[in-house]
Structure formats: structure tokens, C-alpha cells
Design a protein around this ligand. Structure first.
Ligand SMILES: [Zn+2]
Length: 278
């Protein structure tokens, strides 16, 4: 469930937004159902039936499934998530900095963020510096056991996992013409069942290997900077956010990037990683 404050916010949203995925509760379900085309429902049923026939165990948590593979070269993938579609959920200065410094990055974006910022989304998607990947339709964590992380809503039914992953991917593809190849669930938390569902939909789950610790306004820039510098390894996948201007990623990167470059590291998008790292 959404926190109470959010539910209140949704209740207060103008009638004009009805039908949008930003809505909670039954209006959100209605909006979801509006995306259920016949071909989509067939796909959803096929995957749900497939997984129902399997033994659901083991539901092991999955860490760094992709990051582990790349260790040969001094390449680092900076990844930035855009999670909720609240007001003031775009860190423009951070994106400007990445552009000015020509830092390639991967952006994991939710369907609700795309709905809230359609113009920004188009701009980011048109910029070859950035790779756009799937952060789910409604920013729900994905765990068959229904485990929660950081208080975010979790999908545990296979059908809801398909909604979260596939409809998020379709939302991106509608605008970019490119289907995402990676999926990062909300809270970067998942298990082997959810990974299997993503795989059945043609996407690889990626969490992270380097936790920047950016995800609260209370963490000062120096802590994020030190986390990045101390934990940097060839093949690291760094998790940060670009939807919270009040957090301190920008100041941290302004110091960490020159230091890492001096040590011979360069920054790549995840898809470049796959090509160069193997
Ligand atoms: Zn997120």
C-alpha cells in the first residue's frame, strides 16, 4: 500500500488526471486495465501459467546478477533511477553536469515518471549519452515471497510482476522505439522468481554492485563521494538517483569523477559494458 500521505495526495489530485497511472486504488486499476490489449493478456496468461506449473522455491534474493561478470577493464557504469512521479522529481543540474562532462550513464525510469515528465523523458531518450532502461510501471518491488524493502509496494503475484515489468517496458518503447533490455525493480530488490519472469519477457534484472548511499537528503555529499571512490572496481555498477534534486549526488560526483578519471576509469552505459566487458 502507498503511505497515507501519498494516498491523500492522490485523493486531492484534480479530476483531469483520472485515468492516469499516477492515481492510487481503483482508478489506477482502471488505468492498468486500459493497457490490457488482447495480445498483452495472452502473453500475461502464458507467463502466469508457465510459472504456476513450476515449483516456486527457491526464492533466493538476487544481488549483482550482472555486475559480477565484468571485471577486466577500468569501466564503471553510473546508473540513475527516476522512481516516483511526484512534483519536483527531476534533478536538472545533475543531468546538465553529466552532459557537460560527457559522462555516459544509464537511466532506469518508471512509467509513472514518464507520465509526469513526458517532455523531459523525450529529451533524455533522444540524447545518445543516455541509455534508457526499465524501472517498472508503478515503482513496485518484485518479490514472490512478498518481502518489502524500504517501505515500497511489492508485487508478489506473477500476473502483477508481468504488469510491472512488461507495461513499464512498453511505456518506454512507445516513445523511444527501443525496447529496454534491463529491468531494475523498485528498491533494487528481487528474487529468482521475479528474475525468471523478467527473463521470460526478454529483460535481464540488474540490481547494483556499488551502493552510493545517496537515497536520503541527510547523507552529505562527502559520504556518497567516499562510498564511490573507496568501492570503485573495474566493472562496478553504481546506483544513484536523478529524481531527487534535494539529494547530494551532484556535489559527490563533481569530486569523485575527476579522481576516478585520474585513476584511469571511464564511464560507460550498461549496454556498452555488455559489449566491451565480455
Ligand atoms: Zn526506484
Amino acid at each position: 500500500m502507498f503511505p497515507k500521505r501519498l494516498v491523500l495526495l492522490f485523493t486531492l489530485l484534480p479530476v483531469a488526471l483520472q485515468g492516469s497511472l499516477l492515481h492510487a486504488g481503483s482508478a489506477r486499476d482502471k488505468a492498468l486495465k486500459a493497457s490490457y490489449t488482447d495480445d498483452y493478456l495472452r502473453l500475461k496468461k502464458r507467463i502466469t501459467d508457465d510459472f504456476a506449473a513450476r515449483n516456486p522455491a527457491p526464492m533466493t534474493p538476487v544481488d549483482e546478477p550482472l555486475a559480477r561478470r565484468y571485471s577486466g577493464q577500468k569501466l564503471i557504469a553510473l546508473t540513475f533511477d527516476a522512481c516516483s512521479g511526484r512534483n519536483n522529481s527531476y534533478n536538472e543540474k545533475l543531468i546538465d553536469y553529466l552532459r557537460a562532462e560527457k559522462i555516459s550513464a544509464t537511466l532506469f525510469i518508471t512509467g509513472i515518471w514518464i507520465e509526469k515528465y513526458p517532455e523531459r523523458f523525450r529529451e533524455l531518450a533522444a540524447d545518445p549519452l543516455f541509455e534508457i532502461e526499465n524501472h517498472g510501471l508503478l515503482h513496485r518491488a518484485c518479490s514472490f515471497a512478498g518481502e518489502k524493502r524500504y517501505g515500497v509496494e511489492t508485487v508478489s503475484k506473477i500476473g502483477d510482476m508481468v504488469d510491472e515489468i512488461e507495461l513499464g517496458a512498453r511505456k518506454i518503447t512507445e516513445v523511444t522505439g527501443r525496447r529496454p533490455v534491463f529491468y531494475r525493480p523498485a528498491a533494487a530488490y528481487t528474487d529468482s522468481i521475479c528474475m525468471g519472469v523478467a527473463q521470460a519477457l526478454g529483460m535481464e534484472v540488474i540490481t547494483y554492485s556499488l551502493l552510493s548511499g545517496d537515497a536520503t537528503p541527510k547523507v552529505p555529499a562527502r559520504v556518497i563521494r567516499d562510498n564511490i571512490i573507496k568501492r570503485a572496481r573495474p566493472g562496478a555498477v553504481v546506483i544513484m538517483h536523478f529524481n531527487r534534486p534535494e539529494w547530494h549526488e551532484l556535489e559527490a560526483l563533481k569530486e569523485a569523477v575527476p579522481l576516478l578519471r585520474a585513476k584511469g576509469y571511464s564511464f560507460v552505459r550498461l549496454e556498452d559494458f555488455t559489449l566491451k566487458g565480455e
